[in-house]
Design a protein around this ligand. Structure first.
Ligand SMILES: NC(=O)c1ccc[n+]([C@@H]2O[C@H](COP(=O)([O-])OP(=O)(O)OC[C@H]3O[C@@H](n4cnc5c(N)ncnc54)[C@H](OP(=O)(O)O)[C@@H]3O)[C@@H](O)[C@H]2O)c1
Length: 214
């Protein structure tokens, strides 16, 4: 399966591309600038030259089978409408957390649609948006080695949700958890703001695990 990343040159896009490429998927790191995408690919290939990762413009990454949005929330409005036709009929994964940092403190931004994922769905009416991976530390993804974390997946479409839960489980040490409808994405996005404070207090890269489910 080919997986494209819109704004894939940041830590989150690179970290997920690294893990999905390790699982054997062809990953396309998208960027507004092809040189930046190529530099990101070079950095990942320095870990393992055989990784199936290429760099491209965002529009080319949008042609992949599944597309993951890894831009900041503030970039969605300008970035996604131009890709709506290319993304129609596909699963689009939102990893985005609408967060601001002021005076070193993280806060969740109010999103008129409810969450960054629902904003994405409004901008991409022909796509099936699935919210996932917001609580995984990009630094840990990039570092390598097994994780010990759940990925809560929210979507309106049950089949798309199952597909992304299965994709999450291809990252070693990750369990996909059904988080219900896309409207629950705001709760999952909010947990990331909490994790930022926990990370600061405990000087770590924390994740979440849901108890009492098989
Ligand atoms: N970092 C984490 O640990 C983490 C964990 C969970 C979720 N997330 C979420 O994942 C997303 C990406 O996080 P990140 O830390 O990788 O972010 P980032 O480094 O700030 O941004 C990722 C990429 O987005 C593109 N971008 C930035 N501003 C843009 C703009 N105005 N218009 C279009 N593209 C723009 C840039 O790519 P080009 O310049 O190459 O186009 C940039 O490299 C965020 O929404 C974040 O909330 C992050």
């Amino acid at each position: 399966m080919q997986i494209g990343f819109i704004g894939g040159t940041g830590e989150e896009g690179m970290g997920l591309a690294y893990r999905f490429a390790l699982a054997g998927h062809a990953c396309v790191i998208g960027s507004r600038a092809i040189e930046k995408a190529e530099a990101a690919v070079e950095e990942l290939k320095a870990k393992d030259a055989a990784l199936p990762i290429t760099g491209a413009a965002n529009a080319e990454a949008a042609a992949a089978d599944i597309v993951v949005v890894t831009t900041p929330y503030s970039a969605q409005e300008a970035t996604l409408p131009g890709l709506a036709d290319a993304l129609a009929g596909k699963i689009v994964v939102s990893t985005v957390v609408p967060m601001s940092f002021e005076g070193g403190k993280a806060s969740l931004l109010a999103v008129p649609e409810g969450s960054a994922a629902e904003h994405e769905q409004a901008l991409l009416p022909g796509s099936t948006v699935v919210a996932a991976f917001q609580n995984l530390s990009a630094k840990k993804l990039l570092k390598g080695g097994p994780l010990d974390a759940d990925v809560v997946v929210c979507a309106a479409d049950p089949d798309a949700k199952k597909q992304i839960m299965a994709l999450a489980e291809q990252i070693k040490g990750v369990r996909g958890v059904d988080g219900g409808p896309l409207s629950n994405a705001k709760l999952v996005e909010g947990i990331t703001v909490l994790l930022v404070a926990i990370n600061r207090a405990y000087k770590t890269q924390a994740g979440i695990k849901i108890t009492a489910i098989q």
